[in-house]
Design a protein. Structure first.
Length: 126
């Protein structure tokens, strides 16, 4: 179960970085990216930057705090994920309508409407 939490946490931090990363300083972005996305160790980053491991950790912890604080204030990532899931639900429902139409009603208009809904939901997910 810890592995699943780690995956969820990593996904969450990636999403936060994608949405709010530009609010970080250049140094915070660089260290955060190296640590979270490039899988550098704190020691490797410290060696390359010429600072202590603790100094790198402090920069990354501060960056994470900023990203989390922005999400707490705005909720943009949570809303994005909610909308994305809603669009997936809409697409699945349109597929079910289309399947039901093919087996019961055989309506070209209903089929076109279901296809239009699926297409529009797909466009909104891009």
């Amino acid at each position: 179960m810890a592995d699943m939490n780690d995956k969820h946490s990593a996904f969450r931090m990636t999403m936060l970085y994608d949405f709010y990363g530009e609010l970080l300083t250049d140094r915070q972005r660089e260290f955060y990216d190296l640590y979270h996305n490039e899988d550098f160790s704190l020691a490797e980053i410290a060696e390359n930057a010429g600072i202590t491991r603790q100094g790198v950790r402090d920069v990354i912890v501060r960056a994470e705090a900023i990203l989390n604080e922005m999400e707490e204030k705005t909720g943009i990532v949570a809303r994005f994920l909610e909308v994305r899931e809603g669009l997936n639900d809409i697409r699945r429902s349109a597929e079910q309508i289309s399947a039901l139409n093919r087996t019961r009603f055989h309506s070209p208009e209903l089929e076109q409407l279901a296809r239009d809904i699926q297409d529009r939901a797909a466009e909104m997910q891009k």
